[in-house]
Design a protein around this ligand. Structure first.
Ligand code: MCN
Ligand code: CUN
Length: 788
């Protein structure tokens, strides 16, 4: 059978086809995950976890476990304390226990680890370990955490209360004045619940310490392998693990979504165990451990206010937020931004005055503050502003689309400096909303809604016109643990004209293997299938900060283009030598240099590659390769307009999403199929927290949603059909005009859904509903408001 040949990819990617099964490699990597790796002599680790949210550990008795056949070791906090490895820093510079020596701070926290020759023996041994606890009063409610008589959780840090930090931005006085002078003011409490990314693949690693070479290799599920290597060297340098002796390999990853950015205790314990035992040690979380103990997203208690004129011109925004971070601030934000990029909350609107403050507190919950497919608190920000615009529209009796058009930043205002300090690179918000309205038939739907309302039926239309902020980032503002947030590409052309490109980012399913190859192919005119893309091995890849915050295209994607352009410049010199003309006499068309005016005199990039190793100009270095570390001049600001139509069943409170139109703009698109996939996945992950997902704790700190029986994920059955479209407004500063897109849909979707549901219920005086919008919640409202 003849293999389908892919047509030469173009930068817009229309040439990309995937017909052969082997081509799946380009999209999904090599199909090798941490759990597929088996090393000779490998030991298995399992973890004892605390049943209490707050307790003192009185004793740990491992005698029975150690007597079991196949049990090699039991590791406790006291063991790690001997090496000063019982605490580790979080990415936000807080501290987190690897294993406790004194107190446990949340239910399901690691208490001890068992190492055994077999996974099942390790699990049995966990059951055989006896831990005696003295329960302490837990602090679960973040508002309670701030009361003067609340137990102080982080006495280890010398703290006398549970307040972690206060962060504010904007002009408090000017905003206050604008509120005083406003015709209309609206105010709303909005809770954005704690949720969990729940990737299909849980976290895990194999730590493999080679005592002969003194080298540690860790295969692990991380979105940021280089950062992990540096952090490990910082934490464990004193026990001989210096950075050149550490190799972190991130194989294929079954979903990251932000949850695989932090360094979890399990990784560190497995590493310590391997170093102590001189054998590979494997640890894979099970589903409940993943759901109950990994870092969480969101948990923001927001109070938002908008001030406006009676004609509907928004004059000011004020937001006050309480952030529940659990027992340690383990967010993965750039260090200058403790509340992430929450200050994008002025959104797509030209708002003159704004003031935002966030206070973070400790509670007896797992570490919180990481992202859920959201570039650092942007979903929280978008939810707040997009909800508030609808609250204002309702108050003014105005159509929410009309209110948005009235307040949008206009296309000629870009680059636009927001009241909270961002410089938006480019955008065309009215065009995106107009397109979404045309696609869904907005005016017709409003007419239908009026008719249905007259019949007492519940139909709602909701809009979200969001602005994202991705691509961290310009290194003058963005760093993690002090490391600047550039990213990298190392590109090498082999003598036969094939290429290998390595990156500091790490795909978890985003298809970098395809899109990076396309970028290089487009810049150099070599077929994309001749470009091998590699990421995730710190011994071979150039240093980079990893993949999260939709930063790969804005940073490493740009680095790919820049490295390829450097190669092309050298290729031009070689071409001039081969053709015996000057460089200025050459014309480039993808893959070929031609002599101007003599188009039959030409050399291909493949000829040039061979010459670079066999016949290069005298005085020039041999080889054809380049490295580029790209430090973006600004972030990119993708955006979109989503419209959702819902029908609500009065009897059950069930909300049915009838239609959902998503118009996205991520600037220049490298591969439309991948972008489409990203948006579909992203929309589903916006739908999920809007309708289903929430981590719930009781007053004792017991997690009530610790399995998929009660933490509800949408499957294909629940997920609506997505209708997508796009506008293209290139980024003026990115070498390809591209903006990130991986998270846009997750960030923008929830507000459209809530706005639709509230719209349906607005005739009955409903102005807001917190997510998730479960049938029970709606049913209760229907009864309270006397709708049924
Ligand atoms: N792309 C493109 N044209 C653009 C922008 C992007 O063709 N203008 C392509 C890129 O080349 C890349 C993909 O779309 O192949 C996503 O690119 P980008 O928006 O730069 O995002 P990242 O690659 O940095 O991916 C991170 C982003 C984040 S932060 C989360 S969370 C998320 C997401 O991607 N996690 C995912 N999408 C995911 N998709 C999968 N399958 N699995 C995850 O864990
Ligand atoms: Cu924002 S979750 Mo993604 O950054 O890995």
């Amino acid at each position: 059978m003849e293999a389908e040949v892919r047509t030469p990819p173009t930068i817009c990617g229309m040439g990309h086809r995937m017909k052969r099964k082997e081509d799946a490699r380009f999209l999904f990597g090599k199909g090798r995950y941490v759990d597929d790796i088996k090393l000779p002599g490998m030991l298995y680790m399992d973890i004892v976890r605390s049943p209490f949210a707050h307790a003192r550990i009185k004793s740990i008795n491992a005698e029975r476990a150690l007597a079991m056949d196949g049990v090699v070791a039991v590791i406790t906090g006291k063991d790690l304390e001997k090496y000063n490895l019982h605490w580790m820093p979080t990415l936000m510079g807080d501290t987190q226990m690897v294993l406790p020596t004194d107190r446990v701070m949340y239910q399901a926290q690691e208490v001890a680890a068992v190492i055994a020759t077999d996974r099942y023996i390790a699990a049995d041994a966990v059951e055989a370990i006896e831990v005696e606890y003295e329960p302490l009063e837990p602090v679960i409610d973040p508002f309670r955490a701030l009361e003067p008589d609340a137990p102080v959780l982080r006495t280890d840090k010398g703290k006398t209360d549970n307040h972690i930090w206060h962060w504010e931005v904007g002009d408090r006085e000017a905003t206050e004045r604008a509120f005083q002078e406003a015709d209309v003011v609206v105010k709303q409490q909005i809770y954005i619940p704690r949720i969990h990314v729940a990737s299909i693949e849980t976290c895990g690693c194999i730590a493999d310490y080679d005592p002969v070479e003194g080298k540690l290799t860790v295969y692990m599920t991380t979105q940021a392998p280089h950062v992990v290597r540096t952090a490990l060297a910082m934490v464990a340098g004193h026990v001989g693990l210096s950075e050149e002796k550490i190799r972190v390999i991130s194989p294929d990853i079954g979903g990251g979504f932000g949850g695989k950015v932090p360094i979890y205790p399990g990784y560190v314990i497995a590493i310590a165990a391997s170093v102590l035992l001189g054998k590979p040690v494997k640890w894979i979380e099970d589903r409940s451990e993943n759901l109950q103990a990994d870092s969480f997203a969101r948990d923001y208690h927001i109070t938002a206010e908008l001030a406006a004129t009676k004609e509907g011109k928004i004059t000011a925004l004020r937001i006050k937020t309480l952030a529940d971070h659990g027992y340690t601030d383990a967010a993965a934000n750039p260090s200058k931004f403790p509340a992430g990029l929450f200050s994008i909350c002025t959104g797509s609107y030209d708002i003159k005055h704004a003031f935002v403050e966030v206070d973070a507190v400790y509670t007896n919950k797992p570490p919180g503050g990481i992202a859920y497919r959201c570039s650092f608190r942007v979903t929280e920000a978008v939810h707040a502003i997009e909800r508030m615009v609808d609250v204002l529209a309702q108050k003014l009796g105005m159509d929410p689309a009309e209110l948005r058009f009235k307040n949008f930043i206009q296309p000629d205002q870009f680059p636009y400096k927001s009241a909270l300090g961002w410089e938006y690179d480019s955008g065309n918000y009215p065009a995106a909303l107009r397109k979404a309205m045309d696609l869904i038939g907005y005016e017709e739907l409003r007419r239908e809604q009026a008719e249905r309302r007259a019949r007492g039926e519940l139909m709602g239309i909701g809009i979200s016109s969001f602005t994202e902020i991705v691509g961290a980032g310009p290194s003058r503002h963005f760093d993690i643990l002090g490391i600047k947030m550039f990213d990298s590409c190392e590109l090498r052309i082999h003598p036969t004209g094939k290429a290998i490109a390595r990156f500091g980012t790490k795909s978890q399913g985003q298809g970098h293997e395809t899109t990076y190859a396309q970028i290089i192919a487009e810049e150099l005119g070599i077929p994309a299938e001749h470009v091998q893309v590699e990421e995730g091995d710190t011994d071979t890849a150039p240093y980079g900060l990893g993949t999260y915050a939709s930063r790969s295209t804005p940073t490493a994607g740009a680095a790919a283009a820049m490295a390829a352009r450097k190669v092309r410049e050298k290729a031009r010199k070689i071409a001039a030598y081969l053709l015996e003309v000057s460089e200025e006499d050459l014309e480039w068309e993808p893959g070929v240099f031609r002599v101007k005016g003599a188009p039959d005199k030409s050399v291909t990039i493949q000829d040039i590659a061979l010459a670079a190793y066999t016949n290069h100009p005298p005085g020039m270095e041999a080889g054809l390769e380049a490295v580029h570390y790209y430090d973006p001049p600004n972030l990119t600001f993708p955006f979109g307009s989503y419209i959702c139509v819902v029908d609500i069943d009065k009897g059950t409170g069930q909300v049915k999403i009838r239609r959902f139109v998503a118009v996205d703009d991520c600037g220049h698109v490298i591969n439309p199929m991948i972008v489409e996939g990203q948006i579909h996945g992203g929309l589903t992950m916006g739908f999920a927290p809007a309708m289903m997902e929430e981590l719930v704790y009781d007053e004792e700190g017991n997690i009530l949603t610790g399995s998929f029986m009660d933490y509800l994920l949408p499957t294909a059955v629940e997920t609506p059909r997505w209708e997508t479209a796009r506008t293209v407004t290139p980024s003026p500063h990115h070498p390809l005009g591209a903006k990130g897109v991986g998270e846009s849909a997750t960030v923008g979707a929830p507000a459209a859904i809530v706005n639709a549901v509230v719209d349906a219920l607005s005739p009955y005086g409903v102005t807001h509903i917190d997510i998730p919008i479960t049938p029970y919640k709606v049913w209760k409202i229907l009864h309270e408001k006397g709708v049924v």
